[in-house]
Design a protein around this ligand. Sequence first.
Ligand code: DX5
Ligand code: ZN
Length: 221
Amino acid sequence: MTTIKIAPSILAADFTRLGDEVAKVLEGGADYIHVDVMDGYFVPNISLGLPVMKSMRNMFPDAFFDVHLMVSRPERYAEVFCEAGASHITVHVEADMPEKTTQALNEISSLGVRIGLSVKPKTPIWALEPWIEDIDMALIMTVEPGFGGQSFMPGMLQKIRDLRARLDEVNPDCDIEVDGGITLETAGPAKAAGANVLVTGSAVFSSDDYGRMIRLLREVR
Ligand code: DX5
Ligand code: ZN
């Protein structure tokens, strides 16, 4: 049976108490801490960056930080985010020219950090083809990136199914992460389609028992 991983997105946390919030989801059984980095250019929002990543790594030396770079030309930030403590870095296929994407992924990987590649809702999965055999995780955006609290786009389920079928042929160990609008209603269909890593912002951080919500999201079918 596929192991489901839950990755709470700190974008929905209370930033005035970020350390406590991260501690609470980790105690609640979170597998990854999802870190949404936005540059105000690739997406119309600015979130957080290197100083926050470094502080979290210092406070939680053993946590798995799943960094989602929603920035243009991510190759510029690959090395510094690795040094700041990322465990995994996902870049967007739309964020640069293919050669630069290759450069970014190679650099991250050479520093011993796992690599991921993401597609926005309107980008077809065949855009991942040049790197499909090399990545550790593919991230299917299930909302337009930029903001938490949006509704899951059901049209993305077919993309997840198609990608799972393709990965089973060429890179069966590759994870599929879904990001955006994951709730107790949408987690089941996303898993059934083939996703095994679920990002969850508002569903966890707006609940009154983070551990319970993480467990329910993991178990729901
Ligand atoms: C959106 C971010 C998501 C977001 C998810 O651009 O990549 O990680 O925080 O938040 P929810 O779960 O609230 O949709
Ligand atoms: Zn994200």
